[in-house]
Design a binder for this molecule. Structure first.
Ligand code: HGY
Ligand code: MN
Ligand code: MN
Length: 419
């Protein structure tokens, strides 16, 4: 009989969130814990310590994914939850971290209540979900689920010139466990929405049905450095002009396509970046996303055509490369319904919705039933130190996660247990 009355211990979960947020803490209450950095190592050490304290069997795989397993009464692939603990450089304390720590809270709640499960349970954190130091994003979970080759990812060179495999060894998380053998019965990830919908509609829980497609392009533009005062406009090869035009075109494409289309120029770096020197070089990234893959492809084509035409007209050389290209992903309808029904059974308001952000869960969706639980982000803010989710919203998400995992793992109270 599933102990449907069981609830998490909110204070314990909030304490862990605060403790982990202290590793890589930056002004404004945010976190900078870039993948495979010293802060990431410290964060990993803390979470692995908590996993071991909870009696989990901890394994580290070849790309540093860490999975803690709680044995079930039967062997077999675990019912899995988790997320990531790496952050963007200006990150918040909930993005990724909430999903991992809520998973640990579920384990501790079951331990306290002496509840066992038929199927094993597992909590994981996956390397380099953000992809801001080493592209692509969701790298660790993609390797874990067999979508990317381990040896290729170990050779990736980051924006700071470091090689991923070297950094993994340096922080002591180049593990022995094999990757790519798809070890999950199902996967449920709790995550902050990172957008405005739940708050705007005053909904407590999001039952996430899909993740939009993602395209990241990098353009390295090379013009001619020259004097800002003496060079006639017609004789310029101005890399900064092309870079700025790309940013304007990204906004035009999003407006023109409308619907779910979004477009972002996140990196725009000029060299030499001096007030009276026409830029010699520019580095530009373009992040395009859409829930509809045909529209996403159309936005990519429009951008590619624009870059080619503008570079030619300005006499600027362009080297472009794709950093990420992920199709939209649909989650498992039954699991989405279970999340929705579980939330409703707890009297939470719940909304079916897409995810605008990429998540580790999308890497599991092809291999096992997968879905996500969202909780609101205040003001829809994320990838920003002001990212915030209220304690009662954290509780709601973690309690829904607890009961969904219990249902999937067939949890039963041990006779005579206290709760
Ligand atoms: O880019 C994303 O959507 C995620 O934060 N990695
Ligand atoms: Mn995330
Ligand atoms: Mn993120």
């Amino acid at each position: 009989m599933q102990p449907t009355h069981l609830r998490i211990n909110l204070d314990r979960l909030l304490d862990r969130i605060d403790t982990l947020a202290g590793i890589g803490a930056i002004d404004g209450g945010g976190v900078c814990r870039l993948a495979l950095s010293e802060q990431d190592r410290l964060g990993r050490d803390w979470v692995c310590g908590w996993m071991r304290d909870l009696g989990l069997q901890v394994s580290v795989d070849g790309i540093g994914n860490v999975v803690g397993v709680r044995a079930g009464q039967q062997p077999g692939p675990p019912v899995m939850t988790g997320s990531h603990i790496d952050t963007v450089a200006t990150g918040g304390r909930y993005d990724g971290n909430l999903g991992v720590l809520a998973g640990l809270e579920v384990i501790e709640t079951l331990n306290d209540a002496q509840v066992s499960t038929q199927k094993p349970l597992a909590v994981g954190f996956f390397s380099n979900e953000e992809g801001v130091r080493f592209a692509p994003d969701m790298m660790g979970s993609a390797v874990h689920q067999g979508h990317l080759e381990l040896h290729e990812m170990l050779a990736v060179v980051g924006v700071d010139g470091a090689t991923l495999g070297d950094e993994l060894k340096r922080i002591g998380y180049a593990g022995e466990t094999s990757t790519g053998d798809k070890r999950a019965d199902c996967f449920v990830e709790l995550h902050v929405e990172q957008g405005p919908l739940l708050e705007a509609e005053n909904q407590q829980i999001g039952a996430v049905e899909k993740v939009q497609g993602i395209s990241w392009m990098e353009y390295r533009l090379r013009g001619t450095a020259n004097h800002a005062g003496t060079t006639p406009m017609a004789l310029r090869n101005d890399a900064a002009y092309v870079a700025a035009a790309i940013a304007v075109e990204a906004r035009r494409i999003a407006s023109h396509l409308g619907g779910d289309q979004v477009a972002t120029v996140g990196v725009l770096a000029l060299n030499p970046g001096l007030v009276n020197v026409i830029a010699k070089e520019a580095l530009v990234t373009v992040d395009l996303r859409n829930t509809d893959d045909d529209k996403l492809s159309e936005s990519e084509q429009q951008m590619a055509d624009f870059v080619a035409t503008t570079c030619q007209a300005e006499g600027v050389h362009c080297e472009s490369r794709s950093l990420v290209r992920l199709q939209p992903v649909l989650f498992d309808p039954e699991l989405v319904s279970l999340i929705e029904e579980t939330a409703q059974s707890m009297d939470f308001s719940v909304k079916r919705m897409p995810s605008g952000a990429g998540h580790d869960a999308q890497m599991f969706a092809a291999n096992c039933p997968t879905a996500m639980i969202f909780v609101p982000s205040r003001g829809g803010i994320s990838h920003n130190v002001a990212e915030y989710t209220a304690p009662e919203q954290v509780r709601a998400g973690a309690d829904v996660l607890l009961q969904v995992l219990l249902a999937k793992a067939e949890g039963v109270a041990i006779r005579g247990s206290t709760r």
